[in-house]
Design a protein around this ligand. Structure first.
Ligand code: URA
Length: 441
């Protein structure tokens, strides 16, 4: 086979065979196909798309390019979730303990922040002492005993995705629905869980800006997962507005603990509970209604909070900061951003809020940057709220006052205050996608 012929075939809109796709991924990972040819192929996919058969073949080839995690040493059903990434998205810290408290095992590998979006592993590392790099045997042991463990991705999980993602990043081919679907699902299939719930974010803070594109992405991922024999569903959720009020690592852990204590922000609580109920449903824990009741009970009984504490303890973290979040170290500087005009907040650009939090030190500007775990933003006003001049829109936290100055400019630019706008609350969940079809909510 020659890579030139495969590029030519895709460029002209013909379907590639499974064997061709497997060969291409294997040769690329082994370094036998140069980046310039793979870049040309990715751009052809960007414009031509992929059939369902091609997409399944690509995803499987990428998943099998490294370790396929075997979770059979863990008893019971294992469930995983994946968010396509957002701003203030700390749902894993809430959902994983809830689902574990309801008897479904969570053996989860999570990622770090990417661009303006945060990552679960960075958030967990803001808990003093918390270890995210854990040998496999210990990881299994923690899940068997505590029912839950969240660790960083092992070095050899879907290496083809690592190479392809880096190439897409510099060839303007990140925002291709089939390439995103293959990237996410290759890692999910390799990570080994029986049930997979996808949280496909849509809106200004997400990769997918429109609901229809998000549904298409969800359908493709659900189809890949189901074809690989996994139980899988997707919820399309709102990322036009940051989720909850906290953006930044330890600030988000504190807010997640608030939800598990029953006093978190309403939007975050609602989305997290619905995601958790859908995970339990996939794991055969009852009807969706019954699963929703189990989720409520796990929060009100504090069973889910106990699970979070069990995990923190097992992974070497300081449980006292979970028991009393006031014990988390605070950023050196904080600054209230005051509204200069009155009206209704008609829009918050979630991506720009994410960029502002990175500028404050909560994310990485470059691969080498170190994170300030206590930096970030607490939103005091969100889309649909009315404001008067002089009200606090949000509080910025950082260890550098210069960063606060930059962050303030970015934060202000993200807000649109309209004296004429009506006070309206946005929907939180737009649709549920399964192999059976799309349910608009
Ligand atoms: N997240 C991923 O893992 N891959 C993509 O391509 C986009 C988001």
């Amino acid at each position: 086979m020659r890579m030139y012929d495969l590029i030519e075939k895709k460029k002209c809109g013909y379907e590639l065979s499974k064997e061709e796709i497997q060969w291409m991924i294997q040769e690329y990972v082994e370094g036998n196909i140069p980046d310039y040819q793979m870049s040309a192929f990715l751009m052809s996919v960007y414009f031509r798309g992929m059939t369902d058969e091609e997409l399944s073949a690509l995803t499987n080839a990428m998943a099998h390019s490294g370790d396929m995690v075997d979770l059979s040493a863990i008893q019971g059903i294992k469930a995983d979730k994946h968010s396509t990434g957002g701003v203030g998205d700390k749902t894993t810290l809430i959902i994983a303990p809830i689902v574990a408290a309801c008897g479904v095992k969570i053996a989860k590998m999570s990622g770090r922040g990417l661009g303006h979006t945060g990552g679960t592993i960075d958030k967990l590392e803001s808990i003093p002492g918390f270890r995210v790099a854990i040998p496999t045997e210990e990881f299994f042991d923690i899940v068997n005993k505590a029912g839950i463990s969240v660790v960083g991705q092992s070095g050899n999980l879907a290496p083809a995705d690592k190479l392809l993602y880096a190439l897409r990043d510099v060839t303007a081919t990140v925002d291709s629905i089939p390439l995103i679907a293959a990237s996410i699902m290759s890692k999910k299939l390799a990570a080994g869980s029986d049930c997979i719930l996808l949280d496909v974010k849509t809106g200004s803070g997400a990769f997918m800006k429109s609901i229809e594109d998000s549904i298409t992405l969800a359908q493709k991922m659900v189809h890949i997962g189901a074809s690989a024999g996994r139980k899988i569903a997707a919820l399309i959720t709102n990322m036009d507005i940051p989720l909850g009020n906290a953006i930044g690592n330890s600030l988000e852990v504190i807010e997640a603990v608030d939800v598990l204590n029953g006093n978190g922000p309403e939007d975050l609580t609602q989305v997290s509970c619905e995601l958790a109920a859908n995970m339990l449903y996939l794991a055969d824990k009852g009807t969706l209604e019954e699963c929703r009741s189990k989720v409520k009970e796990a929060i009100s009984s504090k069973a889910a909070l106990e699970k979070l504490k069990d995990m923190v303890k097992a992974q070497g973290g300081d449980v006292s900061v979970i028991e009393d979040t006031g014990k988390f170290e605070r950023a050196e500087y904080f600054y209230d951003v005051i509204a200069q005009g009155s009206g209704v907040i008609s829009h918050i650009n979630a991506e720009e809020i994410g960029v502002a939090s990175v500028a404050l030190g909560a994310g990485r500007e470059t691969k080498e940057s170190t994170i300030d775990y206590h930096a970030g933003i607490l939103l005091r006003k969100k889309t649909g709220d009315s404001v008067k001049a002089g009200d606090v829109l949000g509080t910025l936290y950082s260890s550098s006052f210069e960063m606060i100055e930059t962050g303030e400019k970015l934060f202000r630019a993200a807000y649109t205050i309209d004296p004429e706008a009506k006070q309206e609350k946005a929907a939180l969940i737009f649709a549920r996608v399964t192999e059976e079809g799309i349910e608009r909510l």
